[in-house]
Design a protein around this ligand. Structure first.
Ligand code: ARG
Length: 434
């Protein structure tokens, strides 16, 4: 477009030019203004995506179809979200309950891979994004959209996860990320919302935390959390009871695993979605799963997050313990390296990368034997493994004599083993100390 001012990285436009500036596509999958006619918007019902719903209609003269994905966000009323989308002019609205698929196809593999990033983050957001984006592709195709829009900023990992998914699965679709391009701050957004009859909770002063949550956890960013020397304020914890206020009596819970996936809680067989919800409730009650984390984002920045992960903080240690019990020393030495690679790929937005399927094949193979029961004691913020049972445990308390061990082990053989095992170390010691 001839009348659209362009800027290069070296020239800073005058303020009037910024006002009229339209984002130019940088990547091949990004939409130019003239490509956008019918947009599938990933709609949460919050301020950003509500403003976006109106803004896309105005800015592009495009129709907007909304998709809201239920991944088990606690306390969300999807009927209200859908009504709001209709009121703001969406031509079609969809709400998809994807909890089952999320649990079975995303969280279960993460459990088998003991998936933790940066020693602390169980990846709930990172696991949810590829599914949300996959559904966006499905519904964009179904409803005849040419473009997908999301509410991620230009600073985070979520844009990477969503856009990498769309570009991989649907090269024919274009993408817009209005928050990255519209140059509205929070005050302008609120003014825009007021002008267009979009309800604003609180006000300019009461900027909320930036929240993302699903079945596997909840994150809070923003406000004082960005001040690294600021200890967590109580109001950030909306799920987990603060440990100092948790019950004075500990509680024992058991988790049964079948091939690496939890199938029963306290002996009661449950579908995975319900098992995750019920385990989370127990963790919440006992103050389990609070994480205060500095994280290396893929886009270079570091960020501090407050996570509440009551289900993951119980299930992941239980799984790891059972896996360790049924694995050999060699498997147990090796697997954490691949676990880490799995977590990093998923964190980094490459869910669809073939290496992840390769790694999953390995995870499945190890987990074929991860069946049994783990008991944990929950008490004022901690979840500690206290009992283990498995028919496949590579463990035998009786392995004392040759006969008792069925010919597998003899204490008489130990000195010979030690002599050879320490051979190189002894030689080196002698050489260096001569
Ligand atoms: N830091 C986490 C991640 O990158 C959580 C991001 C939460 N997203 C959000 N929009 N608040 O996965």
């Amino acid at each position: 477009m001839a009348d659209t001012p362009r800027i290069s990285a070296h020239s800073i436009p005058p303020p009037e030019a910024t006002e009229r500036m339209r984002a130019q596509a940088v990547a091949s999958y990004e939409a130019n203004h003239e490509d956008v006619h019918r947009v599938l918007l990933l709609y949460s019902g919050g301020l950003d995506t509500s403003v976006m719903l109106k803004w896309i209609q105005d800015e592009y003269e495009a129709e907007v179809v909304t998709l809201t994905v239920n991944l088990g966000q606690p306390g969300e009323d999807y009927h209200v979200v859908e009504e709001k989308a209709k009121r703001l002019g969406a031509v079609e609205t969809y709400v998809v309950d994807a909890r089952e698929e999320f649990a079975l196809e995303f969280i279960a593999p993460a459990i088998r891979a003991n998936a933790i990033y940066g020693l602390a983050y169980p990846l709930f957001t990172a696991l949810g994004r590829p599914l949300i984006a996959k559904l966006a592709v499905e519904y964009a195709r179904k409803s005849g959209c040419d473009t997908i829009a999301h509410g991620c900023t230009g600073k985070g990992n979520d844009q990477v996860r969503i856009e990498a998914t769309v570009a991989t699965l649907a090269p024919e679709l274009k993408l817009i990320a209005p928050v990255r391009s519209w140059a509205m701050g929070r005050d302008e957004e609120i003014a825009y919302a007021r002008e267009h009859g979009i309800p604003v909770k609180g006000g300019v002063e009461s900027a909320p935390y930036s929240i993302d949550d699903n079945l596997w956890g909840r994150s809070s960013e923003g406000k004082w959390i960005e001040d690294l020397s600021h200890a967590p304020e109580d109001d950030v914890f909306q799920l987990v009871t603060r440990p100092e206020e948790a019950p004075d009596e500990p509680e024992i819970v058991t988790l049964d695993f079948d091939r690496g996936v939890p199938v029963a809680l306290n002996g009661e067989q449950l579908g995975l979605v319900e098992l995750l919800e019920r385990t989370a409730e127990l963790g919440m009650k006992h103050g389990v799963g609070i994480v205060d984390h500095i994280e290396d984002r893929i886009v270079g920045l570091k960020v501090r997050d407050i996570y509440e992960v009551p289900a993951a903080a119980i299930i992941l240690p239980a799984h790891a313990e059972l896996e360790k019990l049924v694995g050999t020393i060699h498997q147990n030495q090796f697997k954490p390296q691949l676990d880490r690679q799995w977590a990093y790929l998923v964190y980094a937005g490459l869910w669809w990368e073939p290496l992840r399927s390769n790694l999953d094949a390995y995870m499945d193979s190890v987990n074929e034997w991860v069946t049994g029961r783990i008991g944990l004691k929950l008490y004022k913020g901690s979840a500690r493994v206290v009992t283990r049972e498995s028919p496949h445990a590579v463990y035998d308390a009786q392995l004392a004599t040759f006969a008792e061990s069925g010919g597998l082990f003899s204490q008489q053989a130990s000195p010979g083993f030690i002599e050879l095992w320490s051979l190189q170390s002894r030689m080196a010691w002698r050489l260096r100390n001569e």
